[in-house]
Design a protein around this ligand. Structure first.
Ligand code: UDP
Length: 323
């Protein structure tokens, strides 16, 4: 069985959907989520166990009562701004629950884990595109807690032979093609859902945070990757752990950068709606440009992304947000 922690969240629920689409039987998927930010309606199959991964009894029971042989670990808080205001919340949750999970994996002899990491571990990048070997100096507690868990996994491999793949995502975007599930954060802070909410009338306008960055049009540049492509990358990572059994760290991005203004323009084309824009101050902690070098992931995980263009990514998000 595969244990998916945080499987009711945005990327976790799309990964469960992709496991099901690729033929993994429902009886082989178990989802652990405390539903603090996830939604139980987003879990399209498998067995959902509602509980807190910091609770030793809950996790011990998960491993005792289910024949788990691998783990895909998403469960975490993921709002950068909130993490700066409330770092204890992030350390107490993201780090503690991962310690507890790894502790019980070691006790149960489960030795394969795919970890949901982030480009936020790099902080302000030295080079663009960013390579996995570039320095990791996070500029917020969210990125720092993810890096802390990467460190734990490295030493758990060294001491206990726990094999892991950490996937450092760039900007996850889009929704299941059918529009059945998609990105739903409360409050929403991410660019594409906010722009689409301005298109569908849920918001008055989109505020562009900063127009004086050292980029071609002055707005921040990011590398957007479709959530289903992220999902299938986790399955490819699990396959590599089964076939080759080597731990590793991989960037996941499309390798192309788009500015905030370009994203808004593509949203206008896709939705055919007027999207009012307000120019605003920079948001604290935003690096000017984040673009992945994805060569290592493409080659070693044998990835083929289904959504290479920003239009196709935004179209699926609009299937979910549109009205
Ligand atoms: N952004 C913006 N207005 C918004 C939300 C985001 O201009 O209402 C910008 C943000 O400053 C960043 C980019 O859009 O440069 C992507 O932000 P998001 O929060 O989606 O992802 P992040 O790159 O922070 O992980």
């Amino acid at each position: 069985m595969i244990l998916v922690t945080g499987g009711a969240g945005y990327i976790g629920s799309h990964t469960v959907a992709e496991l099901l689409r690729t033929g993994v039987p429902e009886s082989d998927i178990i989802i652990a989520d405390n539903l603090s930010t996830g939604h139980k309606e987003s879990v399209l199959g498998g067995k959902l166990c509602v509980g807190d991964l910091r609770d030793s009894e809950f996790v011990s029971k998960l491993f005792k009562e289910n024949d788990i042989d691998s783990v895909i670990h998403f469960a975490a808080f993921s709002q950068v701004g909130e993490s700066v205001v409330n770092p204890l919340k992030y350390y107490e949750n993201n780090v503690q629950l991962s310690i507890n999970l790894v502790r019980h994996m070691v006790d149960a002899g489960v030795k394969k884990l795919v970890f949901s990491s982030t480009a936020a571990v790099y902080g302000e990048p030295k080079n663009i595109p960013i390579n996995e070997t570039d320095p990791c100096i996070p500029t917020n507690p969210y990125g720092q807690t993810k890096l802390a868990v990467e460190g734990l996994l490295k030493w758990a491999d060294n001491a206990y032979g726990l094999k892991y793949i950490a996937l450092r995502y760039f900007n996850a975007a889009g929704a299941l093609e059918s529009g059945e599930i998609g990105e739903r954060h409360d409050p929403e802070t991410h660019l594409i859902p906010i722009v689409l909410q301005a298109a569908n009338g849920e918001r008055d306008c989109i505020k562009v945070f900063g127009t004086d960055y050292p980029t071609p049009d002055g707005t921040c540049v990011r590398d957007y990757i479709h959530v289903t492509d992220l999902a299938s990358s986790h399955i490819a990572a699990l396959k590599r752990l089964k076939d080759i059994g080597e731990s590793g760290i991989y960037n996941l991005g499309n390798g192309a950068g788009f500015s905030v203004k370009q994203v808004i323009d593509v949203c206008r084309q896709v939705t055919n709606r007027d999207i009012p824009v307000e120019l605003a101050e920079r948001r604290a902690g935003d690096p000017a440009t984040l673009v992945a070098s994805n060569q290592k992931a493409m080659a070693e995980l044998n990835l083929k992304f289904r959504y290479a263009s920003l239009e196709s990514i935004i179209q699926t998000a609009w299937n979910f947000h549109g009205n």
